[in-house]
Each structure stands twice: as structure tokens, then as C-alpha cells.
Design a binder for this molecule. Structure first.
Ligand code: HEM
Length: 173
């Protein structure tokens, strides 16, 4: 908190690093609207709420957090946070995320207009992670014409081929 308060005093609303301009459409606080849909061949379909913060401190990267909640009990569920980087002067993107399930992943891909498509490049997990293990992840983020952000996540596990796990749209708040 000490360093962050220094940041807010001395660098109040830092300017977006020009390198990150192609991803500026992701910035903001977003709330699921309507609730997200969870699916996978091994599970009963479920819904979830999610709050997303995507911000920057003037560095050539974005900071993100995705926090999911149960739609009825509002109990915290899946949580992840990390960074999004752009290779300067290209549309090549790296997405680095640590998840509360004990998974750490790096995804890479491309931004084209207001759409970001990425796929896992490396996945690490804690030794006692719940099974089945994820083997591959792909995500697509898109800013829709109505101003809503949309995320679709697919995954392959040790027991299932690549299949959609999450689909959600968020409204800017
Ligand atoms: C289950 C991965 C995000 C909710 C699972 C399973 C895996 C997984 C591997 C077990 C599948 C099986 O048993 O066959 C991931 C990954 C995520 C992610 C890699 C992010 C990239 C989320 C989010 C939610 C969520 C955002 C929202 C609440 C669930 C639920 C289950 C599940 C409810 C079933 C119960 C359970 O196994 O805990 N997920 N998940 N997941 N996931 Fe996700």
C-alpha cells in the first residue's frame, strides 16, 4: 500500500504507455452482464458472476484481475491475476496469469482490432493440484459494438479434448 500510495500521489493517472495503445479497449472495471456460462463435458452447466479490473501504471503492460463469484451465494470462486504485454511495434501479445487453483500460465497470441486471441504456451501447477489437469487453454477477448467486453475460454484436459469452458460478457462500470 505504501508504494501504491506513492504512485497515486506522484504519478496521478499516469499516461498509457504508447506501446499498449492497441489494447486500450480492455482497460476499465467490468462486471458480468448477464452472468457467465460455464460448461464442460464432465460437468453440469453453471453460471457465475465476475468482476474484472484491467489497469496500468504507465509501464508497457496492463495489470489484470478476474474474480468470479457464485451467482446466488456470492461466495468467491475462481480468481486470477497477472499482466498482459505487447511486443513493441507488433501485434504479438503475452498473457501471464496466476490462478487460485494453483495454476500458472503463459498464453501468447495476437491482437487484431478490438479482438485478442491467445493460446497457452506454458502451464505450471502446484504438485497437489486437483485432477484432471489442464493441458491447453485458449481465450478470446473482444470488444463488441455495444461496448461490452466478451471473453470465451476453452481448454483441453487429460481426459477431454479442447472444449469451451467459459463464455461471459461484461459491462463497463
Ligand atoms: C472445473 C479449469 C476458470 C468454474 C474445472 C476443471 C478444470 C478447470 C480443469 C475440471 C474439469 C473436469 O473435472 O473435467 C479452469 C481454467 C480456468 C477456469 C484453466 C481459467 C482459465 C473458471 C472460472 C470459473 C470456473 C472463471 C467460474 C466460477 C468451474 C467449476 C468447475 C470447474 C464450477 C466444476 C467444479 C470443480 O471442478 O471445481 N475448471 N477453470 N472455472 N470450473 Fe474452471
Amino acid at each position: 500500500p505504501y508504494l501504491n500510495s506513492l504512485l497515486s500521489r506522484d504519478c496521478d493517472t499516469p499516461q498509457l504507455n504508447p506501446v499498449m495503445e492497441p489494447l486500450s479497449w480492455m482497460l476499465g472495471t467490468w462486471l458480468s452482464d448477464p452472468p457467465g456460462d460455464g460448461t464442460f463435458p464432465t460437468m453440469k452447466p453453471f453460471q457465475y458472476l465476475e468482476e474484472v479490473h484491467i489497469s496500468h501504471v504507465g509501464q508497457p503492460m496492463l495489470n489484470f484481475s478476474f474474480n468470479a463469484f457464485h451467482p446466488d451465494t456470492r461466495k468467491p470462486m475462481h480468481r486470477e491475476c497477472g499482466f498482459i504485454r505487447l511486443k513493441p511495434d507488433t501485434n504479438k501479445v503475452a498473457f501471464i496469469s496466476a490462478q487460485n487453483t494453483g495454476l500458472v500460465e503463459v498464453e501468447e497470441g495476437e491482437v487484431n482490432g478490438q479482438e485478442l486471441s491467445i493460446a497457452s504456451h506454458s502451464i505450471a501447477r502446484i504438485s497437489f493440484a486437483k485432477k484432471p489437469h489442464v493441458e491447453q487453454i485458449t481465450r478470446k477477448f473482444r470488444l463488441n459494438s455495444d461496448g461490452k467486453l466478451e471473453q470465451t475460454v476453452s481448454m483441453a484436459t487429460t481426459t477431454q479434448p479442447m472444449t469451451q469452458h467459459l463464455h461471459i460478457t461484461y459491462k463497463k462500470v
